[in-house]
Design a protein around this ligand. Structure first.
Ligand code: NDP
Length: 601
């Protein structure tokens, strides 16, 4: 366990939680177990801070004196109220940090553009205003984007705090008085259980593998009309060591490609421990190498239909590996320091934690297990399975060329996967990587569910060939392209904005400033609905089902499933965003009232 850096009684600079502002504070005590310092502000307010939120007094002085002349000039023009100041006109002595913070925002609102002292100003790798404390939300502030003094007064009334229960008694008195607010305080906590808690996650783990086998065996039937008829599977027939060997070989080959020192290395998001992890970006190359290998195998007439002929055995092998991987992940997480756990990592029962995943970024050396499984074997496996189904359709239906439906399914889904891998870097900010631990949910999801369920349409078409008319095919492609356009432009817009919020090319977009310092887009795609990328994804998902015709519901399973998944995901993300941004998120919701589908949902 790391030791402490600051001593009791030492005067240091402490970050005011949720902001980028630093105040002079005195260290009162240190909690070895939580690795948290209790610090006292000049007005007597005591708060718990992590070591990464504390700097020595000299830290800023040194940085200031070593700054370039131009920087020094700009500093002198824009002094921060958060900086220890000699000027009583800027920061009244002994002012409550909360009041000071409000005053800072008041200035922002009144368009007096003062630049607060920010970490970024000193290029020490911390993103200004990065919302903190998903694991330990310390404080949420609320000041609306007031447009006039009257609104500012009202804003001050809604300043509110959500301190960890252990320290609730130390909320400053003035703040407690201000806590008389119009709305209930934000009650979201990382300790809330998702997916129905222990029972929900247990039932999901029990039901997902049989559900998958049910779907696949139904798709294999010539006449799958009676959905209640459950085909018998002999479990012993699912075990095939050769298939397991091929499956492991597939994983090893992709692991080797992932480790190749080819492709740029990108930084992940800022973690709770103040670090950013490096990630090798070469997923698209993995897709190209896989395609080239398949072409070589076709050239040498290697029988790829082996996969189709042993399909259920492959599913069983992938399921087995995903379970073993989940057990390994859980076991290793028991030795993981708390700061490296996910929000759900230390919550609930063993079953819940096993499902949700404890460790946020399990790595073996520089090999990131979650990132690897999230993008490589599953996604690329999905396109490979689709292609094998195309060959199987030609073989079984004795066709010289694949059906139009099969070509549509293959090409539209390949576009989706290629897009994901081409834009691999943007996956570093997706919820799975940023928030979720690596446990059964993602292991089974990425290794089994994605390749074998997402390819269900192609699998269905093998035994239920369908040739959609050309006008129908054109309509499907057009609809898919509409979804694709919404999907990629919404994702790109947010990614570009998050990467460089001050990019002049994005200046046309309207934003609201949250008290964390981060902005939220309120125009463009993100002003249209709150999850435009999900809208695009859903349009695409349903258009992939259409080539299978309207005779059976089975190939529509993917559309139904993804609709449920994204609605649920949207609710999860809302909860997380409310945690991060507090009532600023409510303000965004007021301005952008629809979640995914305008005027409907
Ligand atoms: P998103 O890309 O939708 O990101 C959500 C985050 O975006 C929020 O937590 C917030 O984070 C930020 N954000 C939200 N609103 C705004 C705003 N107005 N302005 C700026 N930032 C905002 O997350 P997902 O990981 O869920 O999705 C990534 C992609 O993956 C999507 O396109 C989705 O469709 C796809 N997907 C596909 C699945 C499939 O199986 N086919 C499954 C799951 C996802 P912050 O403010 O901290 O930046």
């Amino acid at each position: 366990m790391p030791g402490r850096k600051y001593e009791d009684g030492e005067d240091v600079m402490g970050r005011w939680p949720g902001s980028s502002l630093y105040y002079e504070v005195r260290v009162v005590s240190f909690d070895d177990a939580d690795q948290l310092y209790t610090v006292r502000y000049k007005d007597g307010t005591e708060l718990e801070l992590r070591e990464s939120d504390i700097k020595t007094l000299n830290f800023f002085r040194n940085k200031r004196s070593s700054a370039s002349p131009s920087r020094r000039r700009s500093r002198s023009r824009s002094r921060s109220p958060g900086r220890p100041s000699k000027s009583p006109t800027r920061t009244p002595k002994n002012e409550n940090p909360a009041s000071s913070l409000l005053r800072e925002i008041r200035k922002e609102v009144l368009k007096v553009h003062l630049t607060p002292l920010k970490f970024n100003d000193y290029n020490i790798g911390k993103r200004n205003g990065e919302p903190e404390g998903l694991l330990r939300p310390v404080i949420h502030h609320r000041v609306t984007q007031a447009k006039n003094e009257e609104e500012i007064e009202r804003s001050e009334k809604v300043l509110r705090y959500s301190l960890p229960p252990k320290r609730e008694e130390i909320v400053p008195k003035e703040v407690l008085e201000e806590k008389v607010v119009e709305r209930e305080p934000v009650a979201v906590s990382a300790k809330q259980l998702e997916f129905g808690g222990t029972i929900g996650t247990f039932l999901m783990m029990l039901s997902m593998p049989p559900a998958l086998f049910y779907l696949l065996t139904k798709c294999q039937q010539q006449d799958p009309d009676n959905l209640f008829f459950v085909p018998r599977i002999q479990f012993t027939s699912l075990w095939d060591p050769a298939v397991l060997g091929f499956y492991i070989l597939w994983l090893i080959l992709h692991a080797l490609i992932y480790m190749l020192p080819i492709g740029k290395v990108a930084d992940g998001v800022l973690l709770a421990n103040g670090k950013r992890l490096p990630y090798r970006i070469n997923g698209f190359m993995a897709l190209l190498l896989t395609s080239a290998s398949v072409a070589v195998m076709r050239y040498y007439k290697i029988n790829l239909l082996y996969v189709y002929e042993h399909y259920l055995q492959f599913v069983a092998s992938a399921t087995l590996i995903s379970i073993l991987l989940s057990i390994y992940l859980y076991a290793r997480s028991l030795r993981t320091p708390e700061e490296d756990l996910s929000a759900a990592g230390n919550t609930g029962t063993l079953i819940y934690k096993f499902f949700m995943g404890r460790e946020l970024n399990p790595r073996i050396g520089s090999f990131d297990l979650k990132y690897f499984f999230e993008l490589r074997p599953g996604l690329i496996g999905w396109t490979l399975i689709n292609f094998i189904m195309l060959l199987a359709e030609m073989h079984i239906q004795k066709r010289d060329v694949p059906s139009v439906s099969m070509i549509l399914v293959n090409s539209l889904q390949l576009l989706y996967v290629a897009h994901a891998l081409w834009n691999e870097e943007s996956a570093l900010t997706c919820m799975d990587i940023v928030h979720d631990g690596f446990g059964f949910m993602l292991a089974f999801g990425n290794l089994v569910w994605v390749p074998f369920v997402y390819s269900l349409q192609a699998f269905y078409l093998v035994n239920h060939p369908m040739d959609v008319s050309w006008p129908m095919a054109t309509a499907i492609v057009a609809l898919n392209m509409l979804g694709y356009f919404i999907f990629f432009s919404a994702n790109n817009q947010k990614y570009a904005f998050r990467k460089s919020p001050d990019d002049p090319k994005l200046a046309y977009l309207k934003t609201i400033l949250t008290l964390s310092g981060k902005k939220l887009l309120v125009s463009g795609w993100w002003g249209f609905v709150r999850h435009p990328n999900y809208l695009g994804d859903l349009i695409m998902a349903w258009t992939w089902c259409l080539p299978c015709g309207f005779t059976h519901i089975l190939p529509y399973f993917y559309g139904i499933f993804l609709t449920g998944l994204l609605i649920h995901r949207e609710i999860r993300d809302e909860t997380l965003c409310r945690m991060k941004y507090g009532p600023d998120w409510d303000k965004y919701c007021e301005r952008v009232p629809y979640r995914i589908i305008p005027y409907i949902y």
